[in-house]
Design a protein around this ligand. Structure first.
Ligand code: SF4
Ligand code: SF4
Length: 280
């Protein structure tokens, strides 16, 4: 049965236990023929990194992960001039440390950053093995999935995890192709979408405006999201798709505000927005 790993980003609290457990398993340990020892420094076969969203005071931090996807249509396998990379019957992609000649073809062709590392001392490429040496001993978990205290990692048989796989985010490669074209065996759930936030205030009264109507309208024809500013004059709408938006702010006794913004590159904190008294 094919193995898969599903990472629910919404459950990750950034503890780095997965990263540490992987190092504990592989640094200095020779699991040939699956992998040679990982060096003490410089490699992270699973890597957690912070993504800071928005700007002060409207900031959220999400924790994203880089790890080999164990692609069924793996560019690294096709690229390796020494045929040192192979796919096992359970779907795990292994770089054979005996056959690797250090050509770095795989590093050039893997479409993901921080997945394959180069071991200068041994002159070989190295990466996540889905802990194949443990799976072969009957383990049900990888070290990283076993170490996760929040249940963000689910490892197991593809056939049994179809319900979770169905919830996976549809991701895009840097080339613009859908990531699914590689038929990856690592799936992500809950990758953060975008937010738009701001604070609305009355500059004459020097007070925040509570209960203003805020409509966030997708310019490309997506949904409109409507909220009201809270007791601090704030609105903060999360879960938006990357898109261009018109933000319309209305309140009885004030002039309506309309502004354009764009979440394609980042989350947007529109800052403190003054609303002038008047009509329309
Ligand atoms: S993620 Fe990169 S290294 Fe892993 S199987 Fe796919 S192409 Fe190969
Ligand atoms: S599956 Fe094993 S080798 Fe891969 S990142 Fe997790 S602990 Fe490291």
């Amino acid at each position: 049965m094919g193995k898969v790993l599903i990472i629910d980003i919404s459950k990750c609290n950034g503890c780095h236990n997965c990263q540490i457990a992987c190092k504990d398993e592989h640094v200095g340990n020779d699991w040939s023929p699956v992998a040679k020892p990982q060096p003490m420094t410089g490699q992270f076969w699973t890597k957690v990194y912070d993504k800071v969203r928005g700007s002060v005071p409207k900031v959220k931090v999400s924790y994203l992960h880089s790890i080999c996807r164990h692609c069924d249509e793996a560019p690294c396998i096709k690229a390796c001039s020494n045929k040192a990379i192979y796919k096992r019957p359970d779907g795990i992609v292994i770089i054979d440390p005996e056959k690797c000649q250090g050509s770095k073809d795989c590093i050039r062709e893997c479409p993901f950053d921080d997945v394959i590392y180069f071991n200068e001392e041994l002159n070989i490429a190295q990466k996540c093995t889905f802990c194949a040496h443990l799976i072969d001993k009957g383990w049900d978990e990888t070290r990283c999935s076993d170490a996760c205290p929040t249940g963000a990692f689910t490892f197991g048989d593809e056939e049994k995890l179809q319900d979770l796989i169905a919830k996976a985010d549809q991701l895009t490669l840097k080339s613009g192709e859908p990531e699914s074209s590689l038929r990856p065996r690592v799936y992500f759930i809950g990758i953060p979408k975008r937010f738009i936030g701001a604070t609305i205030f009355d500059p004459e009264e020097d007070e925040v405006i509570i209960g203003a109507d805020v409509n966030i309208i997708s310019v490309s024809g997506g949904n409109t999201v409507s909220v009201k500013t809270d007791d601090f004059g704030d609105f903060w709408v999360d879960g938006l798709l990357p898109d261009k938006y018109e933000v319309e702010i209305k309140k009885s006794g004030y002039k309506t505000i309309k502004m354009q913004t764009d979440t394609n590159e980042a989350d947007i904190n529109l800052g403190d927005i003054p609303m002038q008294a008047g009509n329309g």
